[in-house]
Every structure is written in structure tokens, then in C-alpha cells.
Design a protein around this ligand. Sequence first.
Ligand code: PGA
Length: 255
Amino acid sequence: MRKLIVAGNWKMNTSVAEGVELAKKVSEYTVSKNLPAQKQVVIAPPFTHLAPIAQVINADKVILAAQDCAATTNGAYTGEVSASMLKGLGVKAVILGHSERRQYFKENSEILLKKIKLALAEGLDIIFCIGETKEQREAGANLYNNVIKAQLVDTVFTLTPEEFKKVIIAYEPVWAIGTGLTATPEQAQDIHAMIRKAIADNFGQAVADDTTILYGGSCKPSNAAEIFAKKDVDGGLIGGASLKADDFAKLIDAR
Ligand code: PGA
């Protein structure tokens, strides 16, 4: 089902105690709003915070997500956390393909597809991030559209339509992440429409119409409503502004 989602990607921020407090506030606010089933709130705290946060949120109202998972099931992989371990904690979704993982941890489509498959095998939803860099944007629409399409073709477009139903796409232009630069509502809409068309070409129109496509990159209370109002924008993946309960509440209201 196509949903309206506001998701907070906390990245490597907050102590466990601060994170638990923030999660409690988000949960209380979300419960107080009594949102319809189509409208969902997701938080993605660091791994260390997931277990205590699972204890304090209303899991029917707030979806607990992880920021990554391992590309292997188990064994001698020091430092890694598997999809099944996450599932055991009450995690329901995982962010994969974030540009910071692609850039700093050299995650390519081959690695990401392994992670996607393992997460799906555990029944987790996937928030799959795609987007172009500043240089690619400056090279023109032909190039950046192809870059974004290739990120889909090599990964989630190889899934079955049934598997793809568990995938939420997050369009996050790399030049807008944490930079204060936001895509204009029109720029976001253009790319979201292009992505939805690519999904239709690959899986058919019905699947495309059902897919949730989020925008991410310097979303904040002052710009979110305008971006979220666009036809093909189904919500946001929020970094910085998800760390302040008041700002995140405004973003929930903006959607
Ligand atoms: P930002 O991050 O909102 O801080 O730009 C978004 C993201 O990386 O998901």
C-alpha cells in the first residue's frame, strides 16, 4: 500500500539516554495524533539504542528501523549486525543504500542487493536510498536520471513484484544531505515522477502507483510542507531535523 511516511534517520547521534527520551517524545506525539493507518512514523536510531527504545515506544504507532544491516547471515564478521538480530529486537525496517554508506563504507549495488535479500528474508521493510552527487547534477538531467535509474536497475528492480512491495524508495540528492541545500519542490517532483515511471516500466503501473517514494535532504519544518505537497512525494527521510522532538513533530504534521 502506498503510504505517507515521515522517517527519522538519527545517524550516529545521541547517547542511549538521550535517544530513549527522544523516542518516547516521538511515540507520545504520534499516539496523540491518532494517525490513520496510511500515515506512518518511522525512527531509525543507532544499533545500540534499538533494544531500549523498543521497550518505550508504542510499536503499533511508531515503526522502529535500523540504519543498516550486514550482507551476511552470521559468523566471523567482527562488528557486523545481521538482519535476523535486528528482527529479534522488534525492528521492522532497515535503511539501505544511504549515500553515507555508499561513500564512506564503499557499499556498491552488489553488496546492497545482498543486504536487501537478507532483510527481506527476515520480513523487514526496506527504505532504499538513491540519489545523485553534486557533480552528477551539474552534468545535466540525462546523466543524473541515468545514475538514479542505474541505482534501481542493479538492485531493487531485480526483485520479484511481491518482494518489491516491501521496498520504500528514498530519493536523497547527495548535494542536499546535511548541507542546508534542499531540492526545490519542483526538482523533487521531477525526480520522483521519473522514479515512479521507471518503476512502472519495470513492474507495471499498479506497482508504481503503490510504491512510497520519500524525499530526503535538509528537510525541515520551514520547507517540508511544500515538498510533501507534490504529487509523487509521499513523505520524507529526515536527518538533522529528526533529532529535535519539536521539529520532528512539525514534520509529522507537514505530511
Ligand atoms: P538531512 O539528512 O535531513 O540531515 O539532510 C537526510 C538523510 O541523510 O537521510
